[in-house]
Design a protein around this ligand. Structure first.
Ligand code: NAI
Ligand code: MG
Length: 332
């Protein structure tokens, strides 16, 4: 029997709601398979900062380090004090953000099925800068090593997953120092991959191409902030943030998280779509080597979406978060 220690970081807003819903499904998975989960919940986010003075307590950092994998939901205003430092301190250098239109979901672009591979540790999110009263700057840090590693990861991901197109997104025409180096590293990393079509696009044009012709993309690899923005664009193509999972992947430590934030406009109403969190849990299972279990969760979510009887309001349904979770657990 496989047994996993999972750290849960529910955070703020809709975080606890979508994590509870996901645990309902994981409980059903335990009954169906010989996998067992041992959960430990840790504090993180705005409410924890208000309570204890820090948004990311040491016990939470230690918990993530000790766990087999972590499921992080979302925080509010303290993202830069929580998930950003976690990504950097554990060198979770890859942010995998799939955008896939599931049948049954009202998607703007149902033909979308792509993976955004976002560099996750540097760029303008290095949080180096200065503010004086009427002027301010943030420094964009790009290294050859991190750029090479992320593009290499994207190429290997394509090979492993039977994909043939990798698009590098950049702004080297203007950000000549930083993205000049990023592109140089990308071209080096992409050498020697027979059968993979390598293409480069400038980020503004890439945004238009993604919206107009998402089917022409398979793997998109880019720097930190471009990946952040483009992955919300692609989430919009496939039914919104309630449908967008992600994984922060390092060599040994991984944190899986829905792409969305704390959604203060719907928090506490019990109507958040927990699909993004459930699909993040499926990505977590895949990373743990439990491919069959990952597929079971994805298939159960898919079944409920296709049936269309128990959808949350963001998907034009009338069900609440709990009802959706119970339906997915039953589908399992
Ligand atoms: P958001 O992702 O929280 O919400 C954007 C819109 O999508 C809202 O209308 C919301 O209701 C909707 N939405 C998001 N997730 C949903 C779900 N599961 N089901 C149904 N609808 C959903 O982004 P927003 O409003 O820009 O930011 C709110 C707070 O979240 C801010 O304080 C921001 O800093 C934080 N944030 C945190 C992130 C994280 O924890 N990694 C990521 C993004 C934002
Ligand atoms: Mg974002």
């Amino acid at each position: 029997m496989a047994k996993y220690n999972i750290a849960l970081l529910p955070g703020d807003g809709i975080g606890p709601e979508v994590v509870d819903a996901t645990i309902t499904v994981m409980d059903a998975l335990e009954k169906k398979t010989d996998i067992e989960f041992n959960y430990t919940t840790y504090m993180v986010g705005d409410a924890e900062k208000a309570r204890s003075g820090t948004a990311l307590p040491q016990a939470t950092i230690d918990g993530v380090k000790a766990a087999d994998a972590t499921l992080f939901a979302c925080v509010g205003e303290t993202a830069k004090e929580t998930i950003l430092p976690l990504r950097q301190m554990f060198n979770l250098y890859v942010n995998l953000r799939p955008a896939k239109a599931y049948p049954g979901v009202p998607a703007v672009r149902p033909e979308t099925d792509l993976m955004i591979v976002r560099e996750n540790t540097e760029g303008i999110y290095k949080m180096i800068g200065h503010r004086s009263e009427k002027s301010a700057f943030n420094v964009r840090v790009i290294t050859y090593k991190a750029s090479y590693n992320i593009v290499k990861y994207a190429m290997d991901y394509a090979v492993k997953n039977g994909k043939t197109k990798v698009t590098v997104v950049h702004k080297a025409n203007v950000l000549d120092f930083t993205d000049g180096l990023f592109l140089e590293a990308a071209r080096d990393a992409a050498k020697g991959y027979e059968g993979i079509e390598y293409r480069e696009l400038i980020v503004d044009a890439a945004s238009m191409w993604l919206v107009m012709y998402p089917e022409s993309f398979e793997v998109v690899v880019t720097t930190n902030m471009f990946g952040d923005i483009l992955s919300d664009v692609t989430a919009g193509l496939v039914g919104g943030l309630g449908m967008a999972p992600s994984g922060n992947v390092g060599d040994n430590i991984c944190i899986f998280e829905p792409v969305h934030g704390s959604a203060p406009d719907i928090a506490g109403k019990g109507i958040a779509n927990p699909s993004a969190c459930m699909l993040s849990a499926a990505m977590m299972l895949e990373w743990l080597g439990e491919n069959e279990a990952a597929k079971l969760i994805e298939a159960a979510v898919l079944k409920v979406l296709v049936e269309g009887k128990t959808l949350t309001p963001d998907l034009k349904g009338k069900a609440n978060t709990k009802e959706f979770a119970v339906a997915v657990a039953a589908a399992l």
